[in-house]
Design a protein around this ligand. Sequence first.
Ligand code: SER
Length: 312
Amino acid sequence: MKKRILIIGACGQIGTELTAALRAAYAPHKVIASDIIEGDEVMMNSGPFEVLDAMDYDAVQDVVIKHEITDVYLMAAMLSATSEKFPMRAWNLNMNSLFNVLNLAKDGKIDKIFWPSSIAVFGPTTPKENTPQRTVMEPSTVYGISKQTGERWCEYYHKKFGVDVRSLRYPGLVSYKTLPGGGTTDYAVDIYHKAVKHNKYICFLNAETTLPMMYMDDAIKATIGIMEAPESNIKIRNSYNLAGMSFHPEAIAESIRNLQPGFEISYDPDFRQAIADSWPKSIDDTEARNDWGWNHEVELDEMTKIMLKNLT
Ligand code: SER
């Protein structure tokens, strides 16, 4: 098989698990991981690794040529909360890294790109319940603006240059294997860590803040699923809505309490509350389900069981 994969941002929350899944699915030597710094032992010993700055076009091109890369998963990004603190750095990282891979594909140096978008492309004027694939999109965060812009460029490169770029609007992702960094949905991971350690948690969002969320295994399944789907099935070239479950902090607390009586939660919302308030509560992902057969598996109580068991 000719396919050779490069993961950029392989040491991040999604990249770590995506690399492991791709190395399990394909021959490990055909899955090249890369990040701005070296990864942990598992990452470094399970297949090839390149230290790579996603913003350095020449360096990305060198790695692509050296390893005869066909498919790139561009997972390097600055998330929503950190992006509010460093707007220009977020913009530069999130946009330049995308242009680098889009231009390599346009010039025929790679065949296929995966680029993650986010529920952050939606804003305060978007319908909040069952947010449709096509709707008002007026993102009010630095991160959301970069993802919305990136979506437009993906579609443009597909239409204008035939670039095979595929994308998902991830909801908040939860995993026991990796930690998120600098996102607004990070509470849904942190809460399990604190539950196991202290049986209590102070949440930076308020009790009723419902957001679209997903267990990481489902997100990885969606990512590899959309990349493996026949090209003719991919009808949306900006980014697909993708949904798993929707819940608020009090619902996770309740789900934890069912297994761990006495778990206490208190609320001390910070600047991330405004970000969360601008995002949808639930997502309509009918088109992903119809076009390339997406379905999710894990619901809240099941996720709680997995998280507590593995973190304990
Ligand atoms: N989980 C991300 C964040 O909170 C959203 O894409 O920033």
